[in-house]
Design a protein around this ligand. Sequence first.
Ligand code: PLP
Length: 375
Amino acid sequence: MNVFNVYPLLDVEPVKGKGNYVYDQEGTEYLDFYGGHAVISIGHSHPHYVNRLNQQLSKLGFYSNSVPISIQQELAGKLTQLSGYNDWKLFMCNSGAEANENALKVASSWNRRKKVVAFKGAFHGRTSLAVAATDNPSIVFPVNEGAEVTHVDWQDIKATELLLKEEDVCAVIIEGIQGVGGIRIPNALFLKQLRELCAQTGTALILDEVQSGFGRTGKFFAHQHFGIEPDIITMAKGMGNGFPVGAVLIHPRFEASYGMLGTTFGGNHLACAASLAVVEVINHNGLMGRATKFGAFLLSQLKGLPGSKEIRGLGLMIGLEFNHPVAELRKELLYKHHIFTGSSSNKNVLRLLPPLSAGRKECDQLIEALQEVCQ
Ligand SMILES: Cc1ncc(COP(=O)(O)O)c(C=O)c1O
């Protein structure tokens, strides 16, 4: 028992995974409607993913960013093409927090400003700048203090405008869809106004797509549902299907200079192989279309469950809000029906974040279990 005990653990240990399911030591099958926290995008142990990683590992597992890394260029090319951001530049790192930390640095190096605007309910990570932008004082400690972040009420455009016009704000950071905050979807008008405000005031607009990106909502990035183009986009989670990898996608207007960003492990050969496999499977298997189709199916079928207040989501990023806390319901789904689901910082919201490969069979299994549990 030498592991620092910071996670309240569930009572099931998956030791094997295949597609949309995981298995414990006894071989009991569990449907994964949590995706290991929105991480498993193309399914567990996808053969193309396993092959790509194995092949890369047998050739070269790692060499530093001081040499050309062709596979990083290959990933940047395919990712920008699939997302539609063809002429943008990719900086690779290892996690979502790091991606946000670097995105804020890029913004600040551009306009030389210091303050940040974020939103109530936001989660952006746990490194110093990212945790300062996160709306959760219980995970901020004295060493993390120093960043000047203001949390504005969710979608309060007037308060945002005041800050952007009067203060020295370097960037506004907002999630494509608030995930940890309980699946809160921004409205298109608010995002358009925010986009305009940032442009008028020379403030960078950073879209944190760490949870909502990589096809999860049926488009490559969630903000693409709303017709806006940010300045900087961050991603991680589904990008590696379990391999730790994060990245910042940067508008060509921002200039890179040697040494302004850097990392030992970011963009290494294995991370790129993992992420390339993800991009290839999403593209080849039409997983964004699947996410749209089965997301809409779940929204229609799960509407009006006894005890529920609202169901909301885009693609396979869904929140089921109840009139009561969901902790017991979640346990019942796991221990009785063998289905993993997610919680959120709103105790009444159950989060559904399955692999994008989930289909009719998996949806029916979840619907049936939820109908029984909610009786
Ligand atoms: C929207 C969002 N941003 C950032 C992060 C932090 O990512 P990581 O845990 O990889 O640092 C998370 C993690 O849940 C997230 O949901």
